[in-house]
Design a protein around this ligand. Structure first.
Ligand code: PXG
Length: 461
């Protein structure tokens, strides 16, 4: 009987893989290589666990793709979507129309964002939110009669999505090489990666010198030409790079000094990931505009938003003209209804407080206790429930592995084989589990990570 079930699941897996290989092009993937290996087929999920078609159970150390903040299978989110689908499955927010989910979600977001980010523009993905931000800040300066202020400054190794705007704003060289030319008038400065690039400076000095790179860049291109600086409070896809404490407040000071808008890309850091509603609160700065996505709906439906401060929004509203920008699904009622319910649960269950006071500190300290002394782990950094680990060849001399070895990929493959999803960003391993993870589940996750680091070490020794 068991044999029959296994044979059956084997053939179902093979069928899905074959169909996938024939017709499905995967994101950020070498499709030829994947098609010959066959994709893993995910079939179900509950809480912090996933199951695949071969019956393997995996603990999801990445909350999907940094987004399933409330974990899988939350009935309230499913019910919110079902109810809204029955009432009004779709209507747009163009042409002088609105609906309760879009209006109510805008109010909710305005109530949790810091400062005067009181006006919300909706889209469906982080990339669309970033493209909206690029167009909106440039348009803002045009309305202010300063059309020459159009340069955006971001950082090397930043990730801001993969539309042409997101790719251009981001600092991923592998992406820049494909599908260009990129959007003009975007400049990048160095990233605040102290462990990898800080050399002899102490952390706080290094933070200030990375912020100084912004001032140098502004002076190089001319302050009158710069529209905005954009950054992730913690770089996510870049490998979870946590800036020194001195960094963001100095960046803010420089932006204010030169009349440059400060934009936070909160697509990963938003909605509790770092122990506050937004990453900018963890680092003590106030953006003029911010993007959010992922955790806004815990990934249950695609929705993103740009929260716009009074200064920019009032200029748009007083311009007497249309902002010619928007998407069919801007403010989609079903996605908005799920996001409203998601925020309600985050508030009612005090999930942000749980990350800040309980599970975040537990996760960070267990990571360091259990993995900190591992010979492969050069450094661990993180805040709340997000962390990155640098894998190194030699800890004492801080020697990194050769890129060709792809140590991160070796480790990630051991993780998959051993029931753990841990992402590799180059040679950095990153974790970003659902915010509802328990202490026991954190222990399990870190035990599995230790086992996989040991296997990785054995395989390269
Ligand atoms: N900004 C940031 C900071 C992000 O992390 C985006 C924008 C774009 O969001 P969309 O929804 O358009 O994907 C992101 C997305 C990875 C990975 O491999 C990270 C993201 C997306 C896909 C893969 O870590 N972040």
């Amino acid at each position: 009987m068991l044999q029959a079930i296994n044979n059956n699941s084997d053939s179902i897996t093979k069928d899905i893989q074959a169909t996938d290989a024939r017709h499905h092009l995967h994101p950020f993937t070498d499709s030829g290589a994947l098609n010959s290996a066959g994709a893993r087929v995910i079939t179900g999920a509950e809480g912090v666990y996933l199951w695949d078609s071969e019956g393997h159970k995996l603990i999801d150390g990445m909350a999907g793709l940094w987004c399933v903040n409330l974990g899988y299978g939350r009935q309230e989110l499913i019910d919110a979507a079902t109810k809204q689908l029955n009432e009004l499955a779709y209507y747009n927010t163009f042409f002088q129309t609105t609906h309760n989910p879009a209006a109510s979600l805008a109010k909710e977001i305005a109530s949790i964002t810091p400062g005067d980010l009181n006006h919300i523009f909706f889209a469906s993905s982080g990339s669309e939110a970033i493209d909206t931000l690029i167009r909106m800040v440039r348009h803002y300066w045009q309305l202010k009669d300063k059309p020459y202020k159009k340069i955006l400054i971001s950082r090397e190794n930043a990730y801001h999505g993969s539309t042409i705007g997101g790719t251009s704003l981001g600092g991923m060289t592998g992406m820049h090489k494909q599908g260009g030319p990129l959007v003009p008038d975007i400049h990048r400065i160095r990233q605040p990666y102290w462990y990898g690039e800080g050399e002899d400076q102490n952390e706080e000095e290094f933070g200030l010198s990375c912020a100084k790179a912004l001032e140098d860049k502004i002076l190089e291109v001319g302050p009158d030409n710069v529209a905005a600086f954009v950054g992730e409070p913690i770089q996510g896809a870049g490998g979870v790079i946590v800036p020194p404490k001195s960094y963001w407040t100095e960046i803010q000071r420089i932006c204010r000094k030169y009349d440059i808008l400060l934009a936070a890309d909160e697509v990963i850091c938003g909605f509790g990931r770092t122990g506050n509603w937004f990453g900018c609160q963890t680092f003590g700065f106030q953006p003029d505009i911010m993007t959010m996505a992922k955790g806004l709906s815990s990934g249950y439906l695609p929705i993103s938003a740009v929260a716009v401060g009074d200064q920019i929004a009032n200029t748009l509203m007083e311009s007497g003209s249309d902002f010619n920008h928007g998407f069919t699904y801007s403010g989609h009622p079903v996605a908005a209804a799920v996001a409203i319910e998601n925020i309600r649960i985050l508030k009612e269950e005090k999930v942000i407080e749980y990350v800040a006071e309980d599970i975040g500190p537990y996760f960070q300290s267990r990571l360091r206790q259990v993995l900190g002394n591992h010979p492969l782990v050069g450094h661990i950094e993180g805040e709340g429930l997000v962390a990155g680990m640098a894998l190194v060849k030699d800890k004492a001399s801080k020697t990194f592995f050769e890129d060709e070895l792809d140590i991160g990929l070796i480790c990630r493959n051991f993780c998959f084989e051993n029931g753990l999803i841990m992402r590799a960003c180059g040679s950095r391993m990153v974790l970003s589990p659902p915010l509802i993870i328990t202490r026991e589940e954190v222990d399990e996750l870190i035990e599995k990570a230790l086992k996989c680091l040991n296997l990785t070490l054995e395989s390269v020794s």
